[in-house]
Design a protein around this ligand. Structure first.
Ligand code: ADP
Ligand code: ZN
Ligand code: ZN
Length: 743
């Protein structure tokens, strides 16, 4: 008798273990297959973890397999186990990451097509059709099929040639003159290859040097690298060659990008160079297309996968390399359950599957660069642009001076002149509006002063009610000043300039210049990103105005000017990464200028021209920024030196919110008392109100712990995870680790 151990697809601690089922005679099951099993009074889906040949208790029968192949490969099951251990969550939750969401509940199925084939000999068609004088439709079908390639046609095409042919088809089947079979068709997005992109450029010496270092690692199936390459240094070509290298060895590759919609060019390049062997997983795919691409990968038909965060779970076998472009991006972190960091998953996969890891960025994350300094990642560099094109010249514009000179508009004099020059020269411009910090912090327009917490060096957050500012790392609060504490100017206000405002100003000063706007409002529809960027590429507009969306990855040869309207906006974010994000954004957006023959110019408008993140971004000097920022992080005990964990509580009722918060704080205190050995790991533990007190009618509260040393503090994280998983009456509790926004 055969039995199997199954993890049921229910995310709950109580059922987070293997259940044994009997495999009915004649049913073929292998580990990794998904099955339908009885569970109490219900039928639930589950994953076969292993087969066993005995079972001591009476157990129930597997109802049926859900697919006839294992959806989970053994190494993907191991990955799920490892991730559930790290995220302290039930295995069912991480197993879900490994398959397309709609496969659960059988909400998507393979698409089948009817193929009508001619069985009669094509030579005798004339006599057959003559005999079918009284059935002209049948005769017509025979004729159409005899002229079709391979004497077969999909039913849909046949119907177009011979309308209403169903009855005739049935009649011909009976006479055994034709047959109808079912085959699967893959749903794939339409794509016209671009010949220009398919060309292989000759590598620059710097690209070659990087590839020469990667080559032996790929051969050995080892190595973790950080490629620090300035904007326009040709990193994409390095990725392509490294992937080719892997494929030539019969291996496979994953390329992660922060957001597919924002990197259409990278996608086009990969499609052009790898054709059918590339699968691109992006949000514009339909459910069916996504499912079919997943199965193409699973069957080994697609050997290169390009996609955003979740593509790290692509079911490839024989993995040769994982490449993570713009590795500093927050979008690689999933901070809600199940928590994971795609860069960390990539590391685990590479180690487990014998593959090479390549992280790359023009502005590496603090953590990755620190790992490279320590030797845990091998540093590779592309220090100059392709063909020694100069990096753009960056002008820092002190907006305080503009104000003094009586300029109250959002465009400085130098930016206006630069725009005029750029447009007169027949070039295009990008105007970048840093929207993240919209109206959340308080700063002085005369001197650039930003109101900060006295304890934390994090800007104070302006609260919805307009009465107070608060630091949400420590809870300190005070009233917003009516005059600037530094210069006594009354121009102190909350910050923010939107894209619409910039668009309106453009229209005022350059009425005949066509512009395009790319922000959350203009990109609601599926194809909007693609369409706007396409129009800009075709030069239907001269100026592109946008938010973060236009900051990275874009390569428009005719863009010679980039204007950053308010560089400071991210500086004021209630985030210990505010400086890092400011540096990254300015460097990345500046990198969009002057990528082809004409040199680029960048105008960075700021109220803080002396801030180190703005200064070093203007010089495109990552190392200088890194040194200063790491010193500050060490001094103020921020990541990567520490870990910030928060339990976020949401409830519709104030009393439930309060009692949950109180209970969480008490249980954490009690836990710390029971484990004095962990006391050294805990820098602070606080229960406080978040800056946004209500979202979608839910009241919010937070309990924030700051911890030292990740492995040793893991029991505290485990405890917080456990608390986040309890069902709290009338409230939801979420755990977030180093959350990207503490709003
Ligand atoms: P990055 O990602 O480093 O910012 P890209 O990969 O977008 O840079 O490359 C910048 C530009 O240089 C692109 O237009 C690309 O086509 C071009 N390029 C890259 N490598 C080469 C090369 N070896 N020869 C000629 N042009 C190249
Ligand atoms: Zn001031
Ligand atoms: Zn504080």
């Amino acid at each position: 008798m055969a039995f199997c151990e199954v993890i049921v697809d229910i995310v709950h601690e109580n059922v987070d273990r293997r259940f044994t089922y009997r495999v009915p005679d004649g049913m073929l099951l292998t580990p990794g297959m998904r099955v339908l099993v009885p569970f109490g009074p219900r039928k639930v889906e589950g994953y076969v973890i292993s087969l066993v040949d005995r079972c001591d208790i009476r157990c129930r029968d597997v109802i049926r397999p859900l697919e006839d192949y294992p959806a989970l490969l053994p190494h993907m099951m191991r990955l799920a186990v490892e991730l559930s251990r790290r995220a302290h969550c039930p295995l069912a939750e991480t197993l879900r990451l490994m398959i397309p969401a709609q496969m659960r509940g059988e909400r998507v199925r393979p698409k089948e097509q009817e193929i009508v084939s001619l069985r009669a000999d094509a030579h005798v068609i004339d006599s057959l059709t003559a005999a079918l004088r009284r059935a002209p439709k049948q005769a017509q079908i025979l004729r159409v099929l005899s002229e079709a390639p391979d004497h077969a046609l999909p039913m849909e095409s046949l119907r177009q040639a011979v309308p209403d042919c169903r009855a005739a088809v049935n009649a011909l089947c009976k006479k055994q003159m034709i047959s109808v079979s079912r085959t699967e068709v893959l749903r794939r997005p339409a794509y016209t290859p671009d010949a220009a992109l398919a060309a292989e450029p000759q590598l620059t010496p710097a690209q070659k040097a990087v590839l020469d270092e990667l080559h032996p690692a790929l051969q050995a199936g080892t190595g973790s690298f950080l490629l620090y390459g300035v904007t326009g240094s040709g990193k994409t070509e390095v990725y392509i060659r490294a992937v080719q290298d892997a494929l030539a060895r019969g291996r496979t590759a994953i390329v992660l990008v922060p957001e597919i919609a924002l990197t259409p060019q990278m996608v086009d390049w990969f499609k052009a160079r790898f054709g059918q062997s590339a699968a691109v997983l992006h949000s514009r795919l339909s459910v069916g297309q996504r499912f079919d691409e997943w199965r193409r990968i699973r069957r080994g038909e697609a050997r290169v996968v390009v996609g955003a965060r979740s593509a790290i779970f692509a079911p490839l076998e024989n993995l040769g390399i994982i490449i993570i472009d713009e590795e500093h991006e927050q979008s690689y972190i999933s901070d809600r359950s199940p928590r994971y960091d795609a860069r960390e998953v990539a590391r685990i996969r590479c180690e487990g599957e014998g593959a090479t890891l390549l992280l790359a960025s023009a502005t590496p994350s603090m953590r990755s660069f620190a790992l490279a300094q320590r030797g845990d990642l091998t540093l590779l560099e592309l220090p100059t642009r392709v063909h020694n094109r100069p990096l753009p010249e960056v002008h820092l514009i002190d907006m305080r001076e503009e104000l003094e000179m009586g300029n109250h508009t959002i465009f400085s004099g130098p930016l206006m002149e630069g725009l005029q020059r750029c447009l007169d020269g027949g070039h295009q411009a990008i105007l970048f509006v840093n929207r993240r910090g919209f109206s959340t912090f308080v700063s002085c327009r005369s001197c650039g002063y930003i109101v900060k917490c006295p304890n934390c060096d994090v800007s104070m957050t302006y609260h919805q009610d307009g009465e107070t500012m608060q630091c949400h790392y420590c809870g300190h609060r005070e009233a917003p000043p009516s005059v600037c504490p530094a210069c006594h100017s009354r121009y102190i206000r909350y910050f923010g300039t939107g894209t619409q405002k910039v668009e309106a100003e453009m229209r005022r000063y350059f009425p005949n210049v066509p512009t395009l706007r790319m922000d959350n409002d203009t990109t609601r529809t599926r194809d909007a990103h693609h369409e706007i960027l396409g129009r800009f590429r075709r030069q239907e507009a001269r100026v592109l105005i946008g938010t973060q969306m236009i900051a990275k990855g874009l390569d428009f040869p005719n863009v010679t000017l980039v204007g950053v309207i308010a560089a400071d906006a991210t500086l004021g974010l209630p985030d210990y990464r505010a400086s890092e994000r400011t540096f990254q954004l300015i460097t990345q957006v500046a990198g969009r200028a002057g990528r082809a023959e004409s040199p680029g110019e960048v105008f960075v408008q700021t109220y803080n021209p002396d801030h180190y993140s703005i200064q070093s971004a203007a010089r495109q000097d990552f190392r200088a920024f890194y040194e200063q920022e790491m010193q500050r992080r060490r001094r103020q005990l921020f990541p990567p030196f520490t870990q910030i964990c928060r339990l976020l509580i949401e409830s519709e009722r104030a009393d439930a919110l309060e009692s949950t918060a109180q209970s969480l704080a008490e249980q954490m205190d009690a836990f710390m008392l029971r484990h004095p050995e962990l006391g050294r790991q805990l820098i602070s533990l606080r229960s406080l109100e978040p800056p946004i007190r209500m979202i979608r009618k839910k009241l919010r509260w937070q309990v924030v712990a700051k911890l030292i040393d990740v492995p040793a503090s893991e029991p505290v994280v485990a405890k917080m995870t456990e608390l986040s998983r309890i069902e709290w009456p009338g409230a939801q509790v979420y755990l977030e680790i180093n959350p990207s926004d503490m709003v």
